[in-house]
Design a protein around this ligand. Structure first.
Ligand SMILES: *[C@@H]1O[C@H](CO)[C@@H](O)[C@H](O)[C@H]1NC(C)=O
Length: 414
């Protein structure tokens, strides 16, 4: 009996819902017929908003990545122009990373949809026309730092006049100038070569009033100038997605210091071996212990952001252990542990324990042939071998950076 009553009431309940649904459905038809522009139910074939941003992207860092993330948020598709080697050389001295490496780096950023090589250093009227007409660009995006042409005019005046310019907030905390400064400082410390040029370089790279040494805790001597990491920034860079059911999880670990094209390529290969790439980023202490007091150049949070921005990466462990334990493999359900063939020369008080002992004994360890022969040391060597040119370039850049920070005021946005 009780069940009959239950059945009866559920029938009534169902009927009410059916009628309710019918009424609601009809209203939708009525509304959308009367106001077609309100039709949220029919899939609209809306043209995607294409935004363009350009840059040199030399020694790409998470500041560049954050700019690209912000630019992408202003449209549906982000097209990035990468300035040619010749143009960079003519305007600010030779780039540290050649165009093909810079293209690789920019293409690997997860917010980038298309890349245009050989963009002009300063946007010309002709190139702007090409962007609008050939590449169907809707808006040109630039940071809030002014871009002045040699003749003193605003490089984006034309786009602004056409109402097709949008601005993003410059990322606090890091600039290539600052990173080069850290590298030269680390070389100076290591070789204790007190050549006057190195000493003067060191002075130029410190912003004078703001440079601090982060010797609290890490002891690595990683320089922190303006970077103040927040939890929100980490969230913005994250994919926020766990591995799906039955996913094959690949693990790769490392310092990922001065994130470069070699890193990108090994991550691409590693991702191809599974469905989900988990990247372990060693702590500053671990890197220092294995590579010497002058490393890392970039601190743990900076290195984490660079890796997170890479499209081949699904998740990072911010501060991964040096040795991979059985527990870790179980916790993350790691199917395969990989390591690149091109690794740093770890000649610093390395203990005899192989960090990959456990995955090796489990038969889930694989060595990946690194596609590119680039290491963090390669990048540092490039800088140092050419330091005269960089010195000149950075004197000029350092001055404009200083002016920027002196005149800087609060700008909303993220
Ligand atoms: C763990 O990974 C394997 C693939 O190696 C997969 O088949 C299995 O479903 C995963 N386990 C869980 C609980 O997702």
């Amino acid at each position: 009996m009780g069940s009959d009553v239950g059945l009866e009431s559920s029938k009534r309940f169902l009927a009410t819902w059916l009628i309710g649904g019918l009424v609601a459905g009809l209203s939708v038809v009525a509304i959308t017929t009367a106001w077609p522009e309100l039709n949220i139910f029919r899939k609209k074939k809306k043209k995607p908003v294409r935004v363009y941003m350009d840059g040199c992207f030399d020694m790409m860092h998470y500041g560049h990545c954050n700019a690209l993330r912000q630019a992408r948020a202003l449209g549906d598709q982000l097209i990035v122009g990468v300035v040619s080697d010749a143009e960079i050389t003519a305007n600010k001295g030779p780039p540290v990373t050649p165009l093909h490496e810079r293209m690789l780096m920019v293409s690997a950023v997860k917010w980038v949809d298309e890349v245009i090589p050989d963009a002009p250093y300063a946007i010309t009227e002709e190139f702007m026309r090409k962007l609008f007409d050939e590449y169907n660009i809707d808006y040109i995006i630039h940071g809030d730092d002014p871009c002045i042409l040699p003749d003193g005019t605003d490089a984006y005046a034309l786009a602004k006049k056409a109402g097709r310019y949008k601005q993003i907030k410059r990322t606090e905390g890091v600039s290539s100038t600052d990173i080069v400064g850290r590298m030269l400082l680390c070389v100076r410390e290591r070789t204790s070569c007190d050549s006057p040029s190195h000493a003067s370089l060191q002075r130029q790279f410190s912003h004078g009033h703001k440079q601090k040494f982060d010797d609290v805790g890490s002891g690595s001597g990683t320089r922190v100038s303006h970077f103040l990491p927040t939890s929100r920034r980490i969230v913005q860079f994250s994919n926020g997605q766990a591995a799906g059911p039955n996913a094959r999880i690949v693990y790769i670990d490392g310092a990922f210091d001065l994130f470069h094209a070699g890193h990108v390529e090994i991550l691409r290969l590693a991702r191809g071996l599974g469905d989900f790439l988990l990247v372990g980023i060693h702590t500053d202490q671990t890197v220092t212990a294995n590579r010497g007091v002058h490393r890392p150049i970039m601190n743990l949070h900076e290195r984490s952001l660079s890796v997170l921005a890479c499209r081949y990466v699904d998740e990072v462990i911010i501060g991964a252990p040096w040795e991979i334990s059985k527990d870790m493999i179980t916790t993350f359900n790691i199917s395969l542990v990989v390591h690149g063939t091109v690794a740093e020369d770890d000649d610093f008080e390395k203990d005899d324990r192989d960090p990959y002992d456990v995955p090796k004994s489990m038969g889930i360890f694989k060595v990946l042939e690194s596609p590119l022969d680039i290491t963090t040391s390669t990048i540092i060597k490039r800088i140092v071998s050419n330091h005269e040119a960089y010195q000149k370039r950075n004197e000029r850049k350092g001055e404009s950076e200083r002016r920027y920070y002196e005149s800087k005021s609060y700008i909303s946005g993220d």
